[in-house]
Design a binder for this molecule. Structure first.
Ligand code: HEM
Ligand SMILES: [Cu+2]
Length: 658
């Protein structure tokens, strides 16, 4: 595109502002780099996360190849440490969190009846910062190796080099420094993305709801997104400071976690878990939101206990801050602290249980349709319950002292993160895929995907309970023959291959479903207003912003309320107060562009992408001993980032209309 070409979409000359012209294209490959449309951003988060899922999954397969037999020789000890650390970091920061972000981005404005999030360019900057953070962490493999201190990277072990004997010769120290700097700087960059998203989502919920949509008329997924955003808002600064301290500790011999310097390694544990525990709710709450949308649709009943589900989500959000030291029962905090945190942990099972019973209540007596999204949602409810129950066993301090750092814990958190979060997120993919891409995924292949994933998942993770209780420690790269662990380890490794197969089935489903017939606006007979607009929705989401008069707004536009919930009556214009001359979907999407309708949408921008590119450049500076090189990297990265901020500040969010 040249600066003077006529812009096809607006018919005006793009303005030259500073160094380069404002991008105007909203279609074509390049438009994805400059887009500020929440739907495209959501799709990019989703695709990026699925790519990382393949990478993290291959790492899991490597771990399981190594552990399939005693005295495995697939990976060296040093490589094993890097692989399981990167597996954990990848799955948490680059798969589950961004998949949640994908759904929040795509759905939040649509569910709220808004045209976009509150700050579309900040939304784009979150995406790109997340992308560069992932590339930055993975670039470690081209240098001294990847982070190897596990996802929790406790001190002082984070400082111990790759030499298994803990040899602290100077080159080993340098190697370890480099690896842990990738951890501290990489997660720091990813944290900026999360923080920016958090501010954006909170503001979106508070300010962008359609007329009539009171907080207690918001769909539950939006509610859970709202709670998640608050958790991010308060958790990210905690880990941000800890990572900053880690960077100074490692690179500039700081005092924070080093007892010889007046520091305390347990301080890191506290800060890490003060972030880390809310983090697990950051990963699970969007999935809870998703199943709370899916279960009512396929049970043909309103969500049982809407307000109980909302308030238990909020309660989880609050209580989640008071349980972090349950990860530290073996750190020697003393009996009083241990008991207090044990009790607090038991308490948090209460709101979680409330949700589970309300989901069961939703299905109870409903006309259940076992579609693929429904199967995944039921998968979450059942698998998460198993993980939640083993979680309660951790709250008993003596019990946990036995389990700590064994495979029992690995079993537990995979039941909640994979059996919980990931099953929910896959259910969400099947449920909203037709909305985003206009076509349903194949139901038969979807069911095959579900059942193979469920079987593979249980084959992989259920036996880990037994291995753990029989004493198999986690994070060990090998084990001796004759420990009694051979059989179940072989089963676990076979299970992991079944999971890999199930993912391949999912990919096949996406490919073969390309040519499915158009899904229409509302293929599932759903309840919330994102199904009111076309599939995929136009750039501006809705021609007319819907006026909301009910929870389950769309449902009441389609069906007259009757006293008998079992027999809803379809009506032409719905029971809503809002006038809908063309039926429930009428006049929402005319096929006209935003411009033709006189709707102002924010224009694309280069600055979010450019701003994010400066961050890893500055971060690479920290690795250099030489002050001049270090400063040069800081300067280039800083100029790119702060220069982009300046350009951004001078650029209006939408160009004036001509
Ligand atoms: C694809 C199937 C998966 C398999 C076969 C698998 C397997 C494993 C194994 C065997 C370990 C233990 C490594 C060790 O302690 O030596 C592990 C660790 C871990 N996994 Fe997975 N996993 C899978 C998916 C996931 C998912 C979806 C998540 C979601 C967040 C996840 C998060 C983690 C975390 C956080 C760790 C801890 C890493 C650490 O100790 O630093 N995994 N995984
Ligand atoms: Cu916890």
């Amino acid at each position: 595109m040249t600066a003077i070409a006529e812009n096809p979409s607006t018919g005006t000359l793009p303005r030259r502002r500073g160094i380069f012209p404002r991008p105007t294209k909203t279609t074509g490959a390049l438009s994805w780099l400059t887009t500020v449309d929440h739907k495209k951003i959501g799709i990019m988060y989703g695709i990026g996360a699925l790519i990382f899922f393949v990478v993290g999954g291959l790492e899991a397969l490597l771990i399981r190849a190594q552990l399939a037999t005693p005295n495995g020789e697939v990976l060296s000890a040093d490589l094993y440490n890097q692989v399981f650390t990167m597996h954990g970091l990848t799955m948490i920061f680059f798969v589950v969190m961004p998949l949640g972000a994908a759904f929040i981005n795509y759905l939040l404005p649509l569910q709220l009846g808004a045209r976009d999030v509150a700050f579309p360019r900040i939304n784009a900057v979150s995406l790109w910062i997340w992308v560069v953070a992932g590339l930055f962490v993975y670039s470690s493999f081209f240098f001294e190796g990847a982070p190897n201190g596990s996802w929790v990277s406790y001190f002082p072990q984070a400082l111990v080099g790759p030499d298994p004997a803990g040899n602290l010769a100077s080159d080993a120290v340098a190697i370890q420094q480099s690896r842990m700097l990738f951890y501290s700087m990489g997660l720091q960059i990813a944290g900026v993305a999360s923080l920016a998203s958090a501010v954006n989502f909170v503001t979106t919920v508070l300010n962008m709801r359609a007329p009539g949509m009171t907080l207690m008329r918001m769909p539950v997924f939006s509610w859970m997104s709202f709670v998640t955003a608050f958790l991010l808002l308060f958790a990210m600064p905690v880990i941000g400071i800890a990572l900053w301290q880690m960077m100074f500790q490692i690179r500039f011999a700081g005092p924070f976690f080093d007892p010889l310097n007046g520091g305390d390694p347990v301080l890191w544990e506290h800060m890490f878990w003060l972030f880390g525990h809310p983090e697990v709710y950051i990963m699970i709450l969007p999935a809870f939101g998703i199943v709370s949308e899916i279960l009512p649709v396929f049970s043909r009943k309103p969500l049982f206990g809407y307000s109980a589900i909302v308030f238990s989500g909020i309660a989880i959000g609050f209580l989640g801050w008071g349980v972090w030291a349950h990860h530290m029962f073996t750190a020697g905090l003393g009996p009083v602290a241990d008991s207090a945190f044990g009790i607090a942990t038991m308490l948090i099972a209460v709101p979680t249980g409330i949700k589970i019973f309300n989901w069961l209540g939703t299905m109870w007596g409903g006309q259940i349709r076992f579609t693929t999204p429904m199967l995944f949602a039921i998968g979450l409810v059942s698998m998460f319950t198993i993980g939640g129950l083993s979680g309660v066993t951790h709250s008993l301090v003596p019990h946990d002292t036995q389990q700590h750092d064994t495979y029992y814990v690995v079993a537990h958190f995979h039941y909640v993160l994979f059996g919980g979060a990931l099953f929910g997120l896959f259910g969400g993919i099947y449920f909203w895929f037709p909305k985003a891409f206009g076509r349903l995924l194949n139901e038969r292949i979807g069911k095959l995907h579900f059942w193979s994933m469920l079987i593979g998942f249980n084959l992989t993770f259920a036996p880990m309970h037994l291995l753990g209780l029989n004493g198999m420690p986690r994070r060990y790269y090998t084990y001796a023959d004759g420990m009694g662990w051979n059989f179940w380890n072989a089963v676990v490794s076979i299970g992991s291959l079944v999971i890999a197969l199930s993912f391949a089935i999912f990919v096949i489903n996406i490919i073969v479903s390309r040519n499915n017939p158009p899904a229409g606006a509302d293929p599932w007979d759903a309840r919330s207003v994102e199904w009111l607009t076309s599939s995929p929705p136009p750039v501006h989401n809705f021609d007319d912003i819907p006026v909301i008069s009910d929870n389950d707004e769309l449902w009441y536009r389609k069906y007259a309320s009757t006293s008998d919930e079992d027999a809803p009556v379809r009506v032409a214009a719905g029971g809503s107060d809002d006038e809908n001359p063309g039926g429930p979907y009428g006049d929402r999407v005319s096929g006209k562009t935003a411009k033709e309708l006189g709707i102002h949408m924010p224009d694309p921008s280069w600055f979010p992408l450019l701003l994010s590119l400066g961050l890893p450049i500055a971060a690479y500076g920290v690795f250099f001993e030489d002050r001049i090189t270090m400063t040069a990297f800081f300067a280039v990265g800083g100029i790119l980032t702060f220069g982009s901020m300046l350009g951004w500040a001078l650029e209006p969010s939408a160009e004036e209309d001509h």
